[in-house]
Design a protein. Sequence first.
Length: 324
Amino acid sequence: MLTRSMPVLLDCDPGIDDAFALAYLACRSDVETVGVVTTAGNVGQDDVLRNALGLTALLGADIPVARGADQPLVEPMMTAEETHGPHGLGHAQVGECGRRPDERTGAQLWVDLARTYPGELVGIVTGPLTNLALALREEPELPRLLKRLHVMGGAINYRGNTGPTSEWNIAVDPEAAHEIFEAWGQASRRLVLGALQATEVIRMDEGHRQAVAELGDHPVVAVLSDALRFYFEFHQADGLGWCAYLHDPLVVAHAVTGRFARTRPLAVDVELAGTLTRGQTVGDELGRWGKEPNVDLLCDVDAEGFIEHLISTLREGLTVRSGE
Ligand code: BDR
Ligand code: CA
């Protein structure tokens, strides 16, 4: 299928920073979000699905939203209400919006859209990799069908935010992440990975928080603003100060603009067996494994440039949309 703009599939677990990522994509006129898949992660599947349906409805984005897996491949499910609030959007809530989820599973939507837009679809995952791993089992050609795959996950030579060395999206489903890193090791295009040492450069401060609160009267602004306030409270309670790391939007913005970070190639895999380090992403900096790099790792992040871009994209997109 031919589209004039860039077709994007977002697989997410909204989630406060996922909500910003969804809104950002909806505000870009050069991007067509052709599907959203939800993964249980920050909160359970019922909540992430309701949030994705509610946010896309508020954003006027009439796109398929598919319910993904309820559970990781192997691990028992874990959720992070203390980080993202009781239903995933902090102090905000989106109620039932009347929109129905797509009839397909999340994995099937991945496969169908990759086949519909062969060589064109940009896949972005800002949650655990469960759905994509299930899709890959169904369609092993996925790494060649996608134009690119961008993932927020992992921590390379950097502390974790879940276990001491593990990052949330990978820690929730390490086996799924391992399958994806393996598969992209065989592909001609490397997976683009935004790990914590890059995404934690995006540290929103009080001035940024106020700028979000003053974005305008579009109904999504209140949701983002109330969600972000909770995220600040969580980061402060976690000892990080009055701030919030906005991980997912950086990865999404880099995926669709190529801006705000450089990349460097690296062979990356996930520790599955460690007793202390399960879920850690390990980068082979010295080439000890003798494997070709499977990842382009985000580095040299332009935090101020990105935050300004995020806020101005939201302001412009949401102003146009509230005036429609
Ligand atoms: C990642 O985990 C989630 O809490 C965020 O939404 C982000 O995708 C950061 O580790
Ligand atoms: Ca997320």
